[in-house]
Every structure is written in structure tokens, then in C-alpha cells.
Design a protein around this ligand. Sequence first.
Ligand code: MN
Ligand code: MN
Length: 465
Amino acid sequence: MSEKSKSEILREELFLKRKNGRLISDEEILKKADDYCVGYKQFLDLAKTEREAVKNAVDMAKKAGFTEFQRGKKYNAGDRVYFNNRGKTVAFAVIGKENAENGVNITAAHVDSPRLDLKPNPLYEDIELALFKTHYYGGIKKYQWTAIPLALHGVFALKDGTVKEVSIGEKDDEPKFVINDLLPHLAQEQSKRTLSEGIKGEELNVLVGSHPFKDDKGSELVKLNILKLLNEKYGVTEADFLSAELEMVPATKACDIGFDRSLVGAYGQDDRVCAYPALTAVLEVEVPQKTAIAILADKEEIGSEGNTGLNSDFLKHIIGDISKMQDCDYTVALRNSKCLSADVNAGTDPTFQDVMERRNASFLNYGVVVTKYTGARGKSSTSDASAEYVAEIRNMLDNAGIVWQSGELGRVDLGGGGTVAMYIANMGVDVVDLGVPVLSMHAPFETTAKFDIYMCYRAMYEFMK
Ligand code: MN
Ligand code: MN
């Protein structure tokens, strides 16, 4: 064996090392990653909307001993509570040994994903076919949503206060829906449109039926028949669409990708690929030093607005409730608190490498991504974590043997994006983004690596334990 040269020794000492996590990890860890993703894929199939994600998360938490927080009740270290905000955002907390004034440890992921919402008055008939008008939610490439099977999820809220849950198109024997695209033979003019205009917003019309109600008189007999079916099943009339939240999502199931099964393919992995790790981690926290909080939030994809988004006072109120219970000041608690904003980053795609700056891009299987800042055009609209806080997180990850990498959201001035980090930072909390690299982000079917997902879970646990 030849001895190492001076430069080799020095290089080992001084250079930043980036290595494929599957290459440097033993079989046991890879097996754990595979096993962990079995539950993850099940969760993806059960939780295609924010409401379903919250419902399933609460069910899992109840089994793990969590109860709904009651104001005025005294909780002690190790007690497990949850705060359900309108069934669309939920926070799980395990009370720590220390008072909240010393700060709490927050992980924050989101459970809404890009999709097609039905318009308030969606149903119409044209050339004896019935369709739904939609208004897309979040950033999508519209052409990707045509000619794929869709399922309808959501609720009708009726005037008498009852809420009818809807889920059609997930079971094998259930019908599905589709947005049709133009055949290539007649797409000469369409093909001249730019990619973003290839399918326009008002062309995202979902086919929902073709059978006319049998009657010689009257018009819109197909639409009438659809309303009759909906009335029989849910007791609704056309006016009830006005107070509904109905979402068209891909009717596909989560699955393994690749001969080696090392990847996961599914709809809605942004950001359930971080929400599930945050959830499973908080369920495993026993008696933490500092109160551990995992939030699964709504509305991130449209800017975290609204009373179920993290740009609301919801998180402040939770920390306020816990602080009040411990007779301490919640503003002090916030200033001393720390957060991992658990959201995805863009993994480098072999086919589209030029949108990345390779030295600062994230790669599949290189572990969980720490993203110091997101934003666009000169770091606009990002919280940009402090060097001190990033150092703390580096130390935590390295000490726990968690494989991680740093990442940036693409080349400078090419585009950009944001997460909930800045809204939490605005409350005075230290925040950095940490999550899983994704391919085809915001597409109806996104790809992630099992190894990275497992490392994300380990990071969430390490941070809150
Ligand atoms: Mn996201
Ligand atoms: Mn997103």
C-alpha cells in the first residue's frame, strides 16, 4: 500500500466532502430507510389533501397518546397534546422539562399540495358532455394535468352546518375523471403556443359525465343527470357547490421507482415527504428537554396566507397557550425558540442540470438538504438563516451521524421560491429550511429518494427529542 501524499492528507483535512449516502451507509441503514418508506407510501395514499392529512395525522397521534389541548388544564413534562386548526392545520406538542420561556423546538411542514380546485359554480354542459370548471391551486405546469386519471376529494358544507366528505376515484372500482387534451393531428396551432400557454387556465376543464337524463323535453340533460346522482349520494343541489371545497388530484397511488426500488414516486410529496417525517418523529418523542412542536400547515403553496397558513397568528397562539399554562411570557418563548422549516428543495435532474449551480445544488441520495436561504433575485423574500444557527444545526446533524447536504433553489436569477421559514422567522424564532430533494416538484407525480426521506425523519427526531 502506498502512503498518502501531502496533498491527499491536506485535501482530506480541508475540503468539503460530499458523498452519496447509499455508498457510505451500511445495509442496516438502507434497510431502515426502505422499511420507513412503507408507512410513508401508505400515508401518501390516505392523505391527498390537507384535510385528509390532518385527519390521518390526528388519528395516528391519538394512538400515540396525544389529546386535544384544553386551556386551563395543567400539563407536565412528557404530556402529549395537539391543536387542530379547522381541520386543515394541526400542531402536535410534547411538553418539555424546561419552561417554554427557555424556547421550544419547532418543526414545520405543510400538507397542502398543488392541485385543481373546483370553481364555486363548476358544473356545466357543452355538446352533451358534463364538465367541471377549475381554478388551479399553487404553481403548476398546466399541461401536465391533462390526460391523466383524476380523483375528487373535499367537502360540501351545507347551510344547516353539516359537512359532507367527498372522495371519489381512489378505489379500483370507483370512477375517475379526466381533463382531455387535443390530439397531435389537430394540434398544429396549439403547438405554437409557449409551454406555459400550452394548456391555459380556462382549458383545465374536467370531464365528469355524458349520460343524459331520459326526457325528450328540456336542455342540459347530462348536467341534470349528474346533479341527480350527486343529490342521491350527498343530498346536495347545484347551489351547494358555492360552499364547498372540492379538489381534483391525481388518482394515482404511491409506489417504488426503479429496478432497485430506491426511490418513491407519488403525488403530493411536496411537502408530505417532510410532513410525514415531522409527524412520525414527534410521535416518538418521549420527555424532551424543551417542548417539541411539529406543525403540519395548510396554504403554503399559495403563500401561507389565511387563518390556516403559517403567516397567521396560529403558531403564536399555540405558544401563547403553552406559555400561559406555564405562567410565562410567550414573546420571550418565541425569541428563544428554534425551528426547522421542513420543506423540499429541487433535486438536480440529470436531464435539466443547467438550471442548477452544481457546487450549491442538492442531489438525490446525498441526504437531507439544509437550505440557508430560498427567495429570488438577490435573496428577496427569504429569512436567510444566521451563520450561528446553521452552525448549530450542522453540529446536531454531524453528531447524530445524519447524512446531509447543503442546497440552493437553482441558479441565481433563474427563478426562485419560498417556504414558511420567513413567516416563522418574523416571529423572532431562529429558522432554517431542512428537507428532502425532489424531482418533478409540483408535477402530478413527484420523485424522491428513500434514503433522503429516512435522513429527514432522523433529523426531525434529533431536533425535537
Ligand atoms: Mn413545499
Ligand atoms: Mn411547493
